[in-house]
Design a protein around this ligand. Structure first.
Ligand SMILES: Cc1cc2nc3c(=O)[nH]c(=O)nc-3n(C[C@H](O)[C@H](O)[C@H](O)COP(=O)(O)O)c2cc1C
Length: 186
């Protein structure tokens, strides 16, 4: 059966560099037979977790009524979650952070509903490398989240790209993202 891949785009720039990588991942995955859905998070209303704890106190999930409600079933159904983010102030964007904080509602005494899924990551940054840009902080964050929830990190792609169109000028980076998509499909 073909894999279900959910791609989350975490930049406000619809045609930015992380979106370009997201598209490559999507194309590669589709070519290799996966079903892919991409979501532009900045176009949705996703409020921060307000720590009401209702999700942990017998309620069926999160009670905050916003667009996250339509994403919970997609997250549960996906085999692979792909997070695509620019680096903002040395880590992931606020859109991605708010989205991930809301995963709290998927936790119970039995662990997270996401346990056992695959996670893949695509990052872009303006600075020259993973360290000066802060990309490494984002990777550490994802590694900690994956360890905590029980997600398997199945691939990463990252690189320097500052202005819109910079990612597309780097065939190697684009190819890596496409190959990541292909690898995620199997
Ligand atoms: C508010 C803001 C903060 C940023 N902070 C960083 C940073 O800490 N490190 C870095 O290398 N680039 C930083 N950048 C540059 C972006 O990561 C870079 O332009 C990237 O290509 C944006 O991705 P996008 O095209 O997908 O929007 C920042 C950009 C903005 C707008």
């Amino acid at each position: 059966m073909s894999k279900l891949i959910l791609i989350l785009k975490g930049s406000p720039r619809k045609n930015g560099n992380s979106a370009a990588l997201a598209e490559q991942v999507s194309d590669g995955a589709r070519k290799a037979g996966a079903k892919v859905e991409s979501v532009y998070l900045a176009g949705l209303e996703i409020n921060p977790c307000d720590a009401c704890d209702a999700c942990q106190e017998g309620n069926d999930g999160c009670i905050v009524q916003d667009d996250m409600q339509s994403l919970y079933p997609k997250l549960k159904q996906a085999d692979v979650i792909v997070i695509c983010s620019p680096i903002y102030y040395f880590t992931i964007t606020a859109q991605i952070k708010a989205f991930i904080d809301r995963w709290y509602a998927l936790e119970s005494d039995h662990g997270s509903a996401l346990r056992g899924k695959e996670l893949a990551i695509a990052l872009v940054y303006g600075d020259t490398d993973l360290y000066t840009s802060g990309g490494i902080n984002a990777i550490h964050t994802f590694e900690s989240i994956a360890r905590y929830i029980g997600l398997n990190i199945s691939g990463m792609v990252y690189g320097t790209a500052e202005h819109i169109g910079d990612a597309q000028k780097q065939p190697d980076l684009m190819a890596k993202a496409f190959q990541l998509g292909e690898a995620l499909a199997v």
